[in-house]
Design a protein around this ligand. Structure first.
Ligand SMILES: [Zn+2]
Length: 153
C-alpha cells in the first residue's frame, strides 16, 4: 500500500488544472476530456471512478465555484494586460487600451469552458483533501444530495 506515497502524488495545483479528483489525484472529474465539446463541458461524474469520492457533495455545491471563476478571470486579465503593455504598449493618447479590452473580452470568452472546469476543480479541492490511503479507505458519502438537481448548475 505504499504505491501512492512512494511514487509521490502529483502537486495539488497541477491536479486542479487537470481537473482530477482531489482525493486520489488520479480519477477524472469530467466525463468528456475536451472542454470545448460544449454540450458536455459541465457533465461531471457522480463520483470518482477510482476512489469513490462524490463530486456533488451537497445541493448547489458548485455555485461557490463562481468565486473561483471570477478570481481566475481577473488573474488572466491582469496577466494579459501585462503582456499587452510590454509588447503592444498602453498609452493614454491613443486607443490601445480599448484594443486590449476588446482582445481581453475575446480571450475570456474563448477560455470560458476550461475556466469553468478549473473553477469547479479548485472549489472541490477546498473541501476534499488528498488521502494517500485512498485505495484502502472508502470515501465518505455526502450527507445530503438532491438527485433531481444533480448536474443542474
Ligand atoms: Zn478519486
Amino acid at each position: 500500500m505504499q504505491d501512492t506515497i512512494a511514487a509521490g502524488p502529483r502537486p495539488s495545483i497541477l491536479n486542479m488544472f487537470r481537473c482530477k479528483c482531489p482525493r486520489c489525484r488520479k480519477g477524472d472529474m469530467f466525463i468528456v476530456k475536451n472542454p470545448y465539446r460544449l454540450k458536455t463541458t459541465m457533465k461531471m461524474r457522480d463520483e470518482c471512478a477510482l476512489c469513490g469520492q462524490a463530486f456533488d457533495i451537497e445541493p448547489g455545491f458548485y455555485y461557490g465555484s463562481s468565486y473561483v471563476s471570477y478570481g481566475l478571470g481577473i488573474a488572466i486579465s491582469v496577466a494579459f494586460l501585462l503582456v499587452f503593455a510590454f509588447t503592444v504598449g498602453i498609452s493614454l493618447n491613443d486607443n490601445r487600451f480599448f484594443y486590449w479590452m476588446a482582445a481581453n473580452a475575446v480571450l475570456l470568452i474563448l477560455l470560458q469552458p476550461p475556466m469553468m472546469r478549473v473553477a469547479r476543480s479548485v472549489w472541490l479541492a477546498f473541501f476534499v483533501r488528498y488521502n494517500p490511503r485512498w485505495r484502502s479507505e472508502p470515501a465518505k458519502k455526502p450527507e445530503r444530495v438532491n438527485e433531481d438537481q444533480k448536474n443542474n448548475w
